[in-house]
Design a protein around this ligand. Structure first.
Ligand code: HEC
Ligand code: HEC
Ligand code: HEC
Ligand code: HEC
Length: 336
């Protein structure tokens, strides 16, 4: 895309270390930055970048919340953001810009504990369009709300203030005219879908029986003994989660499937692995909440099942995907 800097956030980390290792190859002239990624270094990843414009040194870094999408960060380690930030801010500069992949509230709390940041950009902010604010000397601004907006800012180095600062809406009315960009996105989406379908075909061709073995038996196994519950579940949106992806042409997309399927490997469970290998685990089925039922269907009189608390749900109903989620309220909507 020709951007100078790319700062992976919680949504990118979902792909895990394996995918991060491939990013360098796609980066072109842009720098991949994460200020507090720990563990084994990833080639191509830097903690910060200095861009010099008209003799002014602009220090840019990015930090990520170790609490966001925690369960999904497989193979990656996230270090204490504050310690990492303070280390980077010691590097001489005229302007310090930090991208916060944090909620608004947690970003503010971190800013209160840090000195010397000029501009803080919120990287995670679905559904919230908070007012810009100076927090502990830093201008806290929002940028792109899941691709719906783009931030614009003019900075005056003498007064150290923003002279112009606004959010540009990216929607059909303002941007549909750019047919080239639309065609690029369209082409990319089509390419991506074909790419995933091809990977699926390869999986089927190379599939060993070991791959498809899973202690998750699938919904059809429950209907016979729990007919009423099965009928009640059918009426919930959990039963349509896969159809939702199909409608969006995303039914092969590994970014979407983990939360629209049952017992996903991406969630460190041993159920859904891919459309080709575990097609019986589409949708958010019984076993997503109650646990793998292989033993239960053999010995129904034995105790079975997870204690169901908020933790079961927020694996998917995250601050990103469902900011208004309330366990007591939403539980009523799926009761059976
Ligand atoms: C062969 C019949 C049978 C099948 C198949 C079966 N169950 Fe059960 N299940 C039972 C019986 C019997 C009980 C205990 C009495 C009750 O609560 O209805 C039970 C209890 C449960 C409980 C409560 C367990 C507890 O300890 O309180 C859950 C949850 C459950 N089943 C889920 C499932 C799911 C999910 C499936 C499908 C993957 C399934 N069952 C398939 C017969 C079955
Ligand atoms: C594996 C991921 C996953 C888990 C775990 C999960 N959900 Fe969901 N939930 C979804 C998805 C995906 C949808 C949207 C499905 C669609 O419309 O296509 C959804 C939809 C819902 C809805 C409907 C939302 C609405 O406003 O109509 C409710 C209510 C809900 N879930 C409650 C819960 C509760 C309560 C739990 C925990 C006991 C839970 N979910 C666990 C993925 C999950
Ligand atoms: C982290 C888990 C998660 C991931 C990843 C995820 N979803 Fe969802 N999705 C949810 C949950 C939870 C809901 C239900 C939210 C609600 O409406 O309460 C949902 C709802 C939806 C809805 C229904 C929205 C509506 O109101 O009708 C669509 C469409 C959707 N997701 C598409 C996608 C697509 C496309 C992807 C991949 C790009 C994706 N999802 C990835 C968890 C997830
Ligand atoms: C989104 C999560 C979710 C899904 C999906 C789900 N359940 Fe449940 N189930 C619950 C919750 C919550 C309870 C209430 C008991 C509790 O709080 O532990 C419950 C209760 C039950 C019970 C009664 C257990 C008892 O203690 O009396 C059975 C049996 C059961 N579910 C079977 C099923 C079957 C069969 C399916 C699929 C057709 C299913 N559930 C799908 C969340 C879920």
């Amino acid at each position: 895309m020709g951007a100078d800097i790319f700062t992976p956030g919680a949504q990118e980390l979902i792909y895990g270390r394996k995918m991060m290792l491939t990013l360098e190859g796609y980066a072109g002239n842009s720098t991949i930055i994460c200020g507090n990624l720990g563990g084994k270094p990833i080639p191509g990843f830097k903690t910060h970048k200095i861009i010099t414009i008209s003799g002014q040194k602009i220090l840019i870094t990015s930090i990520i919340d170790q609490k966001l999408e925690k369960k999904a960060i497989h193979g990656l380690k996230v270090k204490d953001p504050l310690a990492s930030l303070n280390r980077i801010l010691k590097i001489p500069h005229d302007l310090a810009i930090v991208v916060f992949h944090f909620s608004d509230k947690r970003a503010r709390s971190l800013l209160e504990q840090t000195q010397g940041i000029d501009i803080a950009i919120l990287g995670t902010q679905r559904g919230t369009m908070i007012k810009d604010k100076i927090v502990n000397g830093a201008l806290l601004v929002k940028n792109n709300n899941h691709g719906k907006t783009m931030g614009y800012l003019d900075w005056d180095f003498t007064t150290k203030t923003a002279t112009d600062n606004k959010l540009l809406q990216i929607n059909k009315d303002t941007y549909a005219a750019d047919k080239t960009a639309a065609a690029l996105v369209d082409k990319h989406e089509k390419w991506l879908r074909e790419h995933y379908i091809k990977l699926e075909k390869e999986k089927v061709e190379n599939a060993s029986t070991k791959e498809t073995k899973t202690p998750y038996v699938g919904n059809t196994e429950c209907v016979g003994c729990h007919p009423q519950i099965a009928a009640s579940w059918k009426k919930t949106r959990h039963a349509n989660a896969f159809a939702t992806l199909q409608k969006k042409c995303k039914e092969y997309c590994p970014d979407c499937l983990p939360c629209h399927s049952t017992g996903s490997y991406a969630h460190d469970k041993k159920g859904f692995s891919s459309p080709a290998t575990t097609p019986h685990l589409f949708n958010v089925q019984c076993e997503e909440c109650h646990g793998a039922a292989q033993e239960h269907i053999k010995k129904p009189d034995q105790p079975y099942g997870n204690t169901i608390n908020a933790g079961v749900c927020i694996l998917c109903h995250t601050t990103n995907t469902d900011p208004d989620f309330s366990f007591p309220e939403d539980k009523k909507l799926i009761a059976h």
